[in-house]
Design a protein around this ligand. Sequence first.
Ligand code: SF4
Length: 401
Amino acid sequence: MCAKTKVYFGSIQQGHDAVFASLGAKMDKIIELLDFSTIEKGDKVAIKMHLGFQDGYQTVPVFFVRHVAKAVKDAGGWPFVTDNPTAVYNAVDRGYTAETCGCPIIPVSGVKDGDIHAIEVGYRNVESLDMGGVMHDADALIDLTHVKGHHCCCYGGAIKNIALGGYAATSRWHKIHGVEHSIPYWNSEKCSPEHAQALVKACPYNGLRYDEEKHRLTIVLPNCRNANCLECLEADKDVGCLEIKPEFFAAFQELMAIATKQVLETFDENKRFFLNYALQITPACDCLGMAQPIVVPEIGVLASRDIVAVEMATLDLIKEAGLIERAIPPYFKHTNPDPAKVLHPFQRLWGLMKNPYMVVEFAEQQGLGTREYKLVEVLSPEKTAKMKPPKHVYERQPSFY
Ligand code: SF4
């Protein structure tokens, strides 16, 4: 990797109300610069997406999926869209079909999550993970990601799309979501059942659960707003049986970097492409399966051959854009613990200890790329403003009136 990796950027902003200045044109330019020529004739090209669940339609628009699939075919590859079996099965509800995408849609791990490859991980309480067979067998990878917030790591981008979406459900839900519990946080001997119940009551986010029969208090880390909140610690100050540590949240992000590395290593370095759609940025993941308010202004599309660089650039642009204050849902009750501290928008939502930059740091440590990037804006508003607009014509394509 060179010191500063190029990240191509197409802004939603445009210098003219003309097709040449719009995001579709920028997308095609970005694909040209990303250069799919390293895809070989007949390569099976996995376009890994999050196809959403249920009512969660705020994913990568099928319009862009078609652009990518066509470009792969033009390069000689055989593209297919892939995601977990559940999302694939009902993808049609959100507009994704072979016809609309321009290529087949194949479950990442078989019909019932059985097409898997066990890989050794040896990280904390996770010995192995089951990688989806498609991730293992495909020849080239296009990581096509809808950027959004996330309960656990506060930011879901290209790394999360692979780290969780590239694995079978048992690995995703029980192992990666579960690594945080490898770090002790509760002293059962110091805590009476009554005190445990008081702690549960003190949490405004349903972040603590208590099993009286087993006398076990569990932190639901995805729900926990950690340093933005800490109301449980206030309730615990005279007993001191509970801890909320940054390490809980760091462990999840480190395991994401490790899981991503395992997937990426199954592909030739010249056959990995990363596109982040920083559009319709919701506070939580597409896994929620529902529509959510858009909490960050529309940004655009970013792309690179370096997963770390594209994530870093995306995070920086989100930071620059900030939160749309009026769009923050009322169930985020602690969003500004210290106005003097400049927090990333996703930290403001999900808690100071869920730092979105951790995952790129871990990914860099894993050798997946560099955080040093050069943003190359294509068809910038300044540039397109100087271009001569054509006479506006409606219905330029085959017309039916
Ligand atoms: S820090 Fe806040 S959100 Fe987290 S468990 Fe404690 S009370 Fe709940």
